[in-house]
Unconditional design. Sequence first.
Length: 224
Amino acid sequence: MSANILLVEDDRALAGILVKYLETEDFSVTHAFGQTDGMEAFEGGEFDCVLLDISLEDGNGFSICSDIKRISDVPVIFLTASADETCTVAGFEVGADDYISKPFRPRELVARIKNAMRKHGTSPLLQCKNISIDPVKGIVTKDGAELSMSALEYRLLLLFFSNKGILLSRDRLADELWTISGEFVEDNTLNVYIKRIRDKIEDDPQNPRILKTVRGLGYKAVDE
């Protein structure tokens, strides 16, 4: 299920790059160039997140954010070339949920978007083959039936599905386990959790089709 993003950005080159990248991440993007057409687009559509530049040819992002927050609780993220503290504070004062200074890494932007949507309960389902994760309700289903998962299993699977197709190293996964549990994680502990997850999500855990091993490097979730 794709999330609908409104991008208000008057830099056409940057906007074109962002639209293409976000679409590869399964977002549906509507691009508006200025304050007027940005608000027209917002009022005429249904969006899960809004990305706003501050400096626009016919106005500014602060005004749009303020107008949006008066009529909706959709998450708003500012994208701006200004790292000035005054601008940052002003953005949060008009209701912004996050503030990203240019230049930024595209993968960081995607992570910030997903985080903002989770907080607002607008995050779409994360799907891989017949497995779905509802980040808002915190549940995992297989063919529509809910699976019983521990907090550690859920968080690891959420990490895999949020980075579908991307290799996650054993070190990064071990760090995730350490962050959740607050305890030192032995190498074998990760193996145990990967096996438990596969036993629940795979039709044939001995020949996994969703959670793949990249020998000597780590694991990744695939939807081929």
